[in-house]
Design a protein around this ligand. Structure first.
Ligand code: V47
Length: 356
């Protein structure tokens, strides 16, 4: 394994098989390698933003096995918010200091394009400086297909409606066989990548997620990361990579073995090593737990997402995120873990460094 360690230390790129071999390194060696890269870029700074997640509808035409959020046999409570409701949530979030609204919905065949896009327009008209991060590539694909639009046309409409950046959702796992098993019928891997490619071509930025800890193998995770790395080489438009730990409650994806804390931390560290061209690695505390997200800072993660305020997708599947976290608590958790909390905006400009 010494050859592999030296290759990482000398900053050379690793490919599929080497990425898989990284998992065989012991946790602390991986942590040291990933931390050296992280600290070389950001020192002890850890980024977060003050944001509000809004999930305006849970009515969905797709049936992803892992999803506990969409209205279904296990969650028979369909809802669709009015624009007034969405706007009043955004107003309240802004009043409390949010710089970003992160808006992700299900694929609601009844709602219509104007309902989706009109909400962004209304928020932007009322609060031009509130960053609207909205529409996963899965939603973009759904709206394009159901309205007879090309992806380019859909992206034009998003920009006209005030969408500033795209979240990283809907990526799940790119391997086609696993994807077919966990979310058949949803946006394909190629389509997901193409939508982000086109979005970046318009000079816009986005994130990329990976849902792991279910039926995928380590090789599938490495393949997922490398497909993202290839696109990032082309476009440079991804800000952050976000590994999402699978939450198991109230859904239809039965899983025998869940990843250990060690496996989760290794996955963060490997992402930091392999994704040398995606600047930020986000430990999304909602799915990793707060404790592990704090620890992940020692394994390559430099971002903890944000205060969130309210979250409905992962909390429906068991995550303890329904009510977000207070800003003071967030800052003191990062600080007590030995890092320097830095409030950032959605595009990673530093807004406030909590020194000392
Ligand atoms: O794509 C659904 C995931 C994602 C479960 O871009 C689940 O900054 C775990 O994309 N267990 C949506 N995850 C959330 C998302 C996101 C979150 C935080 C930050 C950003 C960003 C994006 O939620 C979906 C899906 O992969 N998800 N069900 C579940 N049971």
């Amino acid at each position: 394994m010494q050859d592999l360690i030296e290759k990482v230390e000398s900053g050379n790129r690793l490919e599929q098989e080497e990425g898989e071999r990284l998992y065989e390194l012991d946790l602390l060696t991986l942590g040291r390698l990933a931390s050296t890269i992280r600290e070389g870029r950001y020192g002890r700074k850890s980024y977060f933003n003050v944001n509000r997640h809004i999930n305006p509808t849970n009515v969905c035409k797709d049936v992803c096995k892992f999803c506990a959020y969409s209205a279904s046999r296990k969650n028979p409570n369909p809802y669709t918010m009015s624009h007034e409701e969405i706007l009043s949530i955004a107003a309240e979030a802004r009043r409390r200091g949010a710089k970003e609204v992160h808006i992700v919905s299900a694929h609601n065949p009844e709602a219509g394009l104007d309902w989706y896009l009109g909400a962004f327009r209304r928020i932007k008209d009322a609060y031009p400086d509130l960053h609207v991060k909205a529409l996963t590539a899965a939603e973009v694909n759904f709206l394009a297909e159901s309205n007879g639009l090309s992806y380019r046309e859909m992206i034009d409409l998003m920009i006209e409606s005030g969408v500033d950046s795209m979240p990283g959702g809907g990526a799940e796992i790119f391997d086609e066989e696993v994807r077919d098993y966990i979310c058949k019928g949803k946006v394909s891997s190629e389509q997901w990548l193409e939508i982000h490619r086109l979005w970046h071509a318009r000079g816009r930025q986005s994130n990329a997620t990976m849902l792991f800890g279910h039926v995928e193998s380590r090789a599938h995770r490495i393949d997922h990361m490398l497909r993202l790395r290839r696109l990032q080489d082309e476009t440079g438009g991804f800000n952050a990579f976000i590994p999402l730990v699978y939450q198991r409650q109230n859904n239809f994806l039965k899983v025998e073995n869940f990843p250990t804390a060690q496996e989760i931390l290794k996955t963060y560290a490997i992402a930091r090593i392999l994704l040398d061209n995606i600047p930020h690695l986000k430990a999304y505390w909602v799915t990793s737990t707060v404790g592990l997200a704090l620890l992940a800072q020692e394994f390559g993660a430099d971002d903890l997402d944000g205060t969130i305020e309210r979250e409905s997708i992962q909390s429906a599947a068991g995550a303890a995120s329904a009510n977000g976290m207070a800003l003071e608590e967030f800052v003191s958790l990062i600080r007590n873990a030995g890092f320097i909390p830095v409030e950032r905006d959605s595009l990673y400009n530093e807004l406030h460094v909590y020194e000392g």
